[in-house]
Design a protein around this ligand. Structure first.
Ligand code: AMP
Length: 283
């Protein structure tokens, strides 16, 4: 497995891989890998000839006062896990390499980024879209794999890729969870035992909403109110948003149908966690 830090070296290397006719699968991450990331790598390994992982804690997607400095990092452990997962190339650039001092360009997707996480974190998706566009140009993948844990991010990346006619297939993978149901996240490391215990309420709230829908509740307002009450009963949880949206447009829905997704964001102590789930099981 190769580890590349230089943007120029990476771009040249990937251009020659492409020229050799091989399919490049790409998994962009901020590192501190867990099994959720590994599930994306596994998918990428099956879909491509060459598997590329990027590890870059992107400062431009963190707002003021957010956890950029504290975000967990362990490049050595990540590289060990990446090697085991069959990664061919790890791209781990420095912040200075990605954003030189005269850097001036941003990529902004409007509309779909305005609600949900975009409302709570106004510059977040501009940072995400900018870094993903840069990474796409450096890595030149045929396909890129993203997790549905970041449901809005996946929708935004699909929209950006379509709008900019990028010749890249965007593959979405389901949420990988801990055994008890908590969605895996690099940020779970911040949780103390009581917070970890209460964090499970996000998953339980989704299960509760699904039960309501199974029992023929179709009114979003009523479901949102029950879910909010349930989360609110946990002393360490502060709700950021509880919303039911159409899976493609991310527009709020009044009535539940087969496109409905419940999206949650909440602070557990200081740690902001997100989770989501479809509300109708069509199987
Ligand atoms: P991050 O390192 O948190 O920026 O995440 C990198 C990629 O991994 C994103 O596409 C995330 O959606 C995905 N991801 C993070 N956590 C999970 C999870 N629990 N299950 C599936 N994908 C995940």
């Amino acid at each position: 497995m190769e580890i590349v830090e230089s943007v120029q070296e990476m771009q040249q290397h990937m251009a020659s891989v492409r020229a050799s006719g091989k399919t490049i699968a790409f998994v962009p991450t901020m590192g501190f890998l867990h099994e959720g990331h590994l599930s994306l790598l596994n998918e990428g390994r099956h879909r491509g000839d060459v598997l590329v992982l990027s590890i870059f804690v992107n400062p431009t997607q963190f707002g003021q006062g957010e956890d950029f400095e504290d975000y967990p990092r362990d490049l050595k452990q990540d590289c060990d896990l990446a090697e085991e997962a069959g990664v061919d190339v790890v791209f781990a650039p420095s912040v200075a390499a990605m954003y030189p001092s005269d850097y001036a360009t941003e990529v902004n997707v409007s509309g779909i980024t305005s609600g949900l996480c975009g409302a709570s974190r106004p510059s977040h998706f501009r940072g995400v879209c900018t870094v993903v566009t840069k990474l796409f140009h450096i890595v030149q993948p045929h396909l890129a794999v993203f997790g549905a844990k970041d449901f809005q991010q996946l929708a935004v990346i699909k929209k950006m890729t379509r709008d900019l006619n990028l010749p890249i297939e965007i593959v979405g993978m389901p949420i990988f969870r801990e055994q008890d149901g908590l969605a895996m996240s690099s940020r779970n490391i911040y949780l103390n035992p009581q917070q970890r215990h209460q964090a499970l309420a996000l998953f339980q709230a989704i299960a509760l909403a699904r039960d309501l829908v199974k029992n023929r509740e179709r009114d979003s307002g009523s479901i949102i109110s029950t879910v909010s009450d349930y989360l609110g009963a946990h002393s360490l949880i502060r709700i950021d948003y509880v919303t039911i949206c159409h899976q493609l447009t991310l527009q709020p829905q009044q009535q539940i149908d087969s496109d409905s997704v419940l999206l949650l964001a909440a602070f557990v102590g200081q740690t902001r966690l997100i989770d989501n789930g479809y509300l109708m099981d069509l199987s």
